[in-house]
Write a protein of this length. Structure first.
Length: 267
């Protein structure tokens, strides 16, 4: 197990996290799409929890639950959502998000961003640029493109980097960390207990334990003081979403409910 929030250099996650559905491999979704929050909401509202991938496919392609104009659009939309979220109950990062999805509608933007960030290293690569900006200041898509170009030198041509920067900026906007139509400015997101539980659980899936769970990249995305996040975690514990114990200056946090829902067993 890893004791601290500084897990691996840059945007990479540790090897054990890959088995939980994280990825260190760039995917192309954000070259043409955002994190697709409206489509994700429609899809998860149309399919019961803990469904198999075939049920998401049937809702998207056969039943056209996302109201796409052509069969090709339906198939492509399913592919993009699968890339970003997994859409399979055996993928713990998705199964945990799905378990928390309906608890609080206001948490869904951050739940989606956290899951997409776990699965898309390019989105994850831009986190420091966004989170490092002072609230109210301009965050240009070109800054996000530059972060990707620095992390993956020579991989993308300028036009692709431009598209990545613009679409990823829109994803951060959907989640509430940026605001604005053409120009994006840094904002402070609304955070509720389900997003706190999920951010802590992503750290757990990486192998982080104890108080260090409040220092991971996932919790940092929530952009709230640790004391406030701890209070929400304690409230979530009273609702059974996690176990939060303090004794003799030590903090123990476990996730019996989500581990059971995802089938995750800590190695």
């Amino acid at each position: 197990m890893l004791p601290t929030g500084q897990l691996t250099p840059g945007a990479n996650v540790p090897e054990q996290a890959l088995a939980a559905g994280f990825s260190n491999s760039p995917i192309g979704t954000h070259t043409g799409k955002t994190m697709m929050l409206p489509e994700l909401r429609l899809l998860l509202a149309s399919v019961p929890g803990r469904a198999e991938l075939a049920e998401y496919q049937r809702a998207t392609v056969e039943e056209n639950a996302l109201a796409k104009a052509t069969a090709a659009n339906r198939g492509n939309t399913l592919m993009y959502l699968k890339q970003l979220y997994g859409l399979r109950p055996e993928v713990p990062v998705f199964a945990a998000m799905r378990e928390l999805w309906a608890v609080n509608t206001a948490s869904q933007p951050l739940l989606a961003l956290l899951c997409a960030s776990a699965r898309d290293v390019l989105l994850r690569t831009t986190a420091d640029t966004v989170l490092g900006a002072t609230p109210g200041t301009l965050v240009a898509g070109s800054e996000l493109s530059a972060a990707i170009a620095q992390a993956h030198p020579g991989r993308y041509k300028p036009s692709t980097l431009h598209n990545l920067g613009q679409n990823i900026a829109s994803s951060w906007t959907q989640a509430g960390l940026l605001v604005g139509a053409r120009e994006k400015h840094r904002a402070t997101p609304a955070v509720h207990a389900p997003a706190v539980v999920y951010a802590l659980y992503l750290g757990h899936l990486e192998g982080v334990v104890g108080p260090a769970l409040f220092a991971t990249r996932w919790v940092r995305i929530l952009d709230k003081p640790e004391a406030e996040l701890r209070a929400m975690a304690e409230a979530a514990a009273r609702s059974g979403w996690l176990e939060y114990r303090k004794s003799g200056g030590m903090t123990e946090i476990t996730f019996q409910h989500l581990d059971a829902a995802t089938g995750w067993r800590q190695s």
